[in-house]
Design a protein around this ligand. Structure first.
Ligand code: PLP
Length: 376
């Protein structure tokens, strides 16, 4: 229990603390890149690709410059484009849908299951059409989507499956890591993700050598050999420094994910009995990871304000669902179309969580939440 009366300042996440814990290793790895001048791709990226493929249990990993481009390049490699439809959920970060849009295909959104907050399989099967070329299940908040029925549908109708694993580095689904379950997967290593670079970075994993070869060309202007361009490509290469940072941090990912799960367990325990919905444990013990810890309450806005007044910052992932964003007006979705997602947007709140968070800090946050509901 935190001592009553002692005021604490809780960060939402503390990247500095993590850097300090591995500073000498990181600084050495970055210096090496500077010493070789291998600023773009180069040995550190190659090494990370090899290590991350092995970590995920796949044959291939290609490092790119962010998670959004990882999704886009994977879609391109799967030959998704104009005239195609790609199904994903309304309850995701905008990048999932933006990548589909920029591939030329039409994003088809479906609502989520209220407990897992991931794609609803029944609604997914209802959204299939003869134009459906791919499905993007999003492992939101670090929890793997219900992949078996998705893979079954995909097989039956000959549809590609691309995991959006941006929030789920290291999570397991039935003994398979995220990134090894679908045909391809896209990762983001944005600094705040469970495995975060010190800048922008992303990756694509697959077991298919042909898809990997295309992705590798696409990230580098469509070429395998300098100034020979086989495909109209992009510039989506990973920086050498990011490869070096990720290589160091990958070694700690399991340990950090475990620490996050422990923090989530403390929250689960301390928030029991309050009028809030806690994250549900749909997967078996230890399989999911916590990118964020999301609670639900119909008093969300008041609670968020109350916590902020007590110097506890929280975030809403996400306050405006994709289908109600101005950017995607042209998809013609209306308010009311995805009631579960819309209710989540009104009621969810992500509490502070990071591997270094102490039980005392968690207790303090929970004490303030209890105070709020007790009208203090
Ligand atoms: C972070 C994120 C992305 C995009 O990754 P960037 O590296 O920021 O481009 C895509 N999808 C989801 C679900 C994410 O959380």
């Amino acid at each position: 229990m935190a001592d009553k009366g002692i005021e604490m300042k809780i960060p939402y996440l503390d990247l500095q603390l993590q850097y300090q814990s591995i500073k000498s290793e990181i600084d050495t790895a970055i210096s090496k890149v500077l010493d070789n001048s291998s600023y773009v791709l180069g040995p550190s990226v190659q090494e990370f690709e090899k290590n991350y493929a092995e970590y995920c249990g796949v044959s291939y990993c290609t490092g790119v410059n962010n998670g959004t481009n990882a999704l886009l390049l994977a879609l391109k490699a799967l030959d998704v484009g104009h005239g195609d439809e790609v199904i994903t959920t309304a309850n995701t970060f905008i990048a999932t849908v933006a990548a589909v849009y920029h591939s030329g295909a039409k994003p088809v959104l479906v609502d989520v299951d209220p407990d897992s907050r991931n794609i609803d399989i029944n609604l997914l099967s209802m959204a299939l059409s003869n134009k459906t070329k791919a499905i993007i299940p999003v492992h939101l908040y670090g929890h793997i989507a219900n992949m078996d029925p998705i893979l079954e549908l995909a097989k039956k109708y000959n549809i590609h499956v691309l995991e959006d694993a941006a929030q789920a580095q290291g999570a397991f689904y039935k003994n398979k890591r995220s990134g090894s379950i679908g045909e391809m997967a896209a990762f983001s290593f944005y600094p705040g993700k469970n495995l975060g670079a010190y800048g922008e970075a992303g990756a694509i994993t697959t077991n298919d050598p042909k898809l990997d070869k295309i992705v590798r060309m696409l990230r580098d202007h469509g070429s395998q050999k300098k100034y020979h361009h086989e495909l109209p490509g992009y510039n989506a290469r990973m920086d050498g420094i990011q490869g070096a940072v990720l290589n160091v941090k990958l070694k700690y990912l399991d340990q950090w994910n475990k620490a996050r799960n422990k923090v989530a367990g403390w929250y689960d325990e301390a928030l029991k009995g309050l009028p809030i919905k806690l994250p549900s444990h749909i997967n078996e013990e230890g399989e999911q990871v916590y990118h964020v810890y999301v609670i639900e309450t119909d008093q969300r806005d008041k609670l968020q304000k109350y916590l902020l007044k007590n110097e506890i910052p929280t975030i809403i992932h996400y306050p405006i669902p994709v289908h109600l964003q101005d950017a995607f007006e042209n998809l013609y979705y209306k308010k009311g179309e995805f009631p579960v997602t819309e209710k989540l947007a009104d009621e969810i709140l992500s509490l502070p969580i990071f591997p270094e968070m102490t039980q005392e800090q968690v207790e303090y946050v929970c004490e303030k939440i209890r105070d709020f509901f007790n009208g203090n």
